[in-house]
Write a protein that binds this ligand. Structure first.
Ligand code: TYM
Length: 333
């Protein structure tokens, strides 16, 4: 039987290689299976958990759609829409915020990382972020949710909310318990400047990431400057455990070129990094440049992008409004 797939990406600009290898590449793969029903959401409500400039946000919403399409998601086969236009998401998020417990949310590591030292100044939305995520997923009875490794905890919370709701109202199976789809390898792409930090849109240094809109020259330059260590290329997988930057770069190579890690290690074993980096830039350029070119082209056709969103919103609203109606009935509204 086909899967019901749901996933989301924030329109905060600077979509990068981590988003691509950790999530979008898998979206494309799953959406190419005709048995699957796929919904990909531009989660604009999530993005406002930190301050956004309205003009930039509007542009970033379109750019996220363009990235989906340029990466290979067919908007005729999959639903692509933006969250804020389907009001059921906000409604369900409120209801779920009355189901979820403070203790559950207090354990979320992403909030701790994002809020930093000054938790008092973080928005309430940043704290309840995963509750809105649960609304996204559960409204569509999604069975599988492709995400990068950093979202694992949020999906566990979503499962807990679904289970508690089903138990509280004694309706087995009203909410499906979704399975995370996290790639076994390279589900966490690290910064090019620090192998202990996740590649992230919010990193101040643009050299920490490869953006999906980077030019070939920018990609080559960033890989050239990527942090490594003073030793030659590793000779075994075991060695990678202590050499995080090398591990990350070899992982990126393996994931983007679909070549087994062991083969790459063998090919470059004991050589110096410069030869490897030259080839790595080439495989990234080969994959990312066509996507970046297509994003730029699509961004010139805002009518097309807006049409994808409005068609997607119609389809998503139809599904979500039926589910929220049932939720209301169950709850006694
Ligand atoms: P966002 O926009 O922060 O990230 C989008 C996707 O990219 C993955 N990702 C990474 N994967 C590997 N390495 C990295 N360095 C890296 N950085 C980001 C994320 O895991 C994610 O899959 N909260 C979600 C958005 C969301 C969502 C949902 C996802 C909202 N509602 C419902 C699934 C289902 C997020 O992280 O967005």
């Amino acid at each position: 039987m086909g899967k019901k797939i749901f996933s989301g990406v924030q329109p905060t600009g600077n979509l990068h290689l981590g988003n691509y290898l950790g999530a979008i590449k898998n979206f494309v793969h799953l959406s190419n299976d005709i048995d699957n029903n796929c919904i990909f959401c531009v989660v604009d409500l999530h993005s406002i958990t930190v301050k956004q400039d309205p003009k930039e946000l509007r542009n970033n919403i379109r750019e996220t759609v363009a990235t989906f399409v340029a990466s290979g998601i067919d908007p005729k086969k999959s639903i692509i829409f933006n969250q804020s236009r389907v009001s059921a998401h906000s409604e369900a998020a409120w209801i779920f915020s009355c189901v979820a417990r403070m203790g559950w949310l207090n354990r979320m590591t992403q909030f701790k990382e994002k809020a930093g030292k000054d938790k008092e100044k973080a928005s309430i939305g940043l704290f309840s972020y995963p509750v809105l995520m649960a609304a996204d997923i559960l409204l569509y009875d999604a069975t599988h949710v492709p995400v990068g490794d950093d979202q694992k905890q949020h999906l566990e919370l979503c499962r807990d909310i679904a289970q508690k709701f089903n138990n509280d109202f004694q309706i087995d199976d009203f909410f499906k318990i979704p399975e995370p789809l996290i790639q076994k390898q390279f589900s966490r792409i690290m910064s090019l400047k620090d192998g202990t930090k996740k590649m992230s849109k919010s990193d101040l240094s643009d050299f920490s990431r490869i953006n999906l809109t980077d030019s070939s020259d920018e990609i080559i330059n960033k890989i050239k400057k990527a942090k490594t260590d003073i030793m030659p290329m590793p000779v075994s997988q075991k060695e990678l455990e202590k050499r995080l930057e090398a591990k990350n770069l070899i992982g990126i190579f393996s994931s983007i070129a679909d070549i087994d890690l062991e083969k790459i290690i063998k090919r470059y074993s004991g050589k110096n990094f410069s030869e490897f980096k030259k080839d790595l830039s080439q495989v990234i350029v080969d994959k990312i440049y066509p996507i970046s070119k297509e994003i730029k082209k699509l961004m010139g056709d805002t009518v097309y992008l807006d049409k994808i969103l409005s068609d997607g919103c119609d389809k998503a609203s139809e599904i979500a409004s039926k589910k929220i109606k049932k939720i209301h009935e169950i709850m006694g509204f």
